[in-house]
Structures are given as C-alpha cells and as structure tokens.
Design a protein around this ligand. Structure first.
Ligand code: HEC
Length: 156
C-alpha cells in the first residue's frame, strides 16, 4: 500500500516536471495572430531587450556590408563576431522560458552562423564567400519575422 502511494506521488511529480519542461522549453508564452504568426507575450522590459538585440543586428550588418565593400575582411569578421554567440549569453532566463522552441532554435542558429562567418572571413579572406554566407543567414531573419511577433504583457 505504502509503495503504491509512493509510486503515485513519483508519477505525479514526473508529470508536473514534464509539463513544466514543455511549458518553459517547448511551448513558451504565445498567442496565435490572425495573420498566421505567433505573438510571443513578454514583459515590456523583455520585449525591449529583444528589440534592442534586433537593432544591434542591423547595426552589425551595416558595419559588415561596409567592410565587405572595402574588402576589409578583418573588420567584416569583427562585425560578424559581434553578432555571434557571445551576444546571446546575456538573455535573462525568465525571458528565455517564454520563448517557444522554434524561436530559440532559429535565434541561436543565427548567432552560431555569425561565429562561423567570422571564422571563415578570417581564414579565407574571400568577400564573395562571406556575402553568400550573409545572404543565407539573412534568410533566417526573414523566416523568423514571418513566423513571430512580440507583444508586451501589459497590453492584455
Ligand atoms: C528567432 C527569431 C528572429 C530572428 C532570427 C531575427 N529576428 Fe528580428 N525580430 C523578431 C521578432 C519577433 C521581432 C518583433 C516583431 C514585431 O513585434 O512586430 C523582431 C524585430 C526586429 C526589428 C525591429 C526592432 C525594433 O526596434 O522594433 C529589426 C530591425 C530586426 N528584427 C532585425 C533582424 C535582423 C537583421 C535579423 C537577422 C540578422 C533578425 N532580426 C533576426 C524575431 C527574429
């Protein structure tokens, strides 16, 4: 009898853990929009954090394109590295739990791509190659913007 109660408690706890993992790792905090995108609901400060990171991408891309036009591969590599994984590590954990898995996967892959682009720019020194890589990673910006929007929780 006692064993059965213990097993039931363990089973319930495992279910709770599985539900929490699903909520914070896979599902995130999202609402479906009429245009087919998903709106991720964040606190205003968290939304500002993500949008600031986005604007940093645009600034980095501006530096990269200028550097590539001058065939300055050192500067191109430095700009790419600035958009790499190092830039992703400051994300607050509570916010990461609200991001759906698809968003996190795509976001981290963009940061990893920029690290790879930086390495190649340094080692190959070929602007055309870097431009082709850049075009590929821009495809991920486009894909994510087609799928997600961000809303501030206070607007609900
Ligand atoms: C993982 C998903 C994702 C990726 C990858 C991504 N973005 Fe975004 N971006 C978003 C979302 C979501 C928003 C908010 C859009 C909204 O709420 O309408 C956004 C907003 C922006 C904004 C508006 C910022 C502001 O202040 O309003 C810019 C600019 C931007 N992204 C540029 C980029 C660029 C450039 C890249 C690629 C290097 C990129 N993003 C990659 C999801 C992404």
């Amino acid at each position: 009898m006692r064993n059965r109660i213990q097993l039931t408690i363990i089973a319930v706890l495992l279910l709770v853990i599985a539900a929490l993992v699903y909520k914070f790792v896979v599902a995130g905090s999202v609402v479906r929009l009429e245009d087919g995108r998903q709106a991720i609901v964040l606190e205003p400060g968290e939304r500002a954090f993500v949008l600031r990171e986005m604007r940093a991408f645009v600034a980095g891309l501006q530096q990269m394109s200028g550097a590539l036009a001058r065939d300055d591969m050192k500067a191109a590599a430095a700009a790419a590295r600035g958009m790499g994984m190092a830039a992703a590590h400051h994300a607050p954990l509570a916010m990461v739990g609200k991001l759906p898995l698809g968003f996190k996967t795509l976001g981290f892959s963009v940061h990893r791509d920029f690290d790879a682009i930086a390495l190649d720019a340094d080692s190959l020194g070929d602007p055309k190659h870097t431009l082709a890589q850049l075009s590929q990673v821009l495809g991920k910006c486009v894909a994510c913007h087609g799928e997600f929007q961000i809303q501030a929780a206070s607007s609900y």
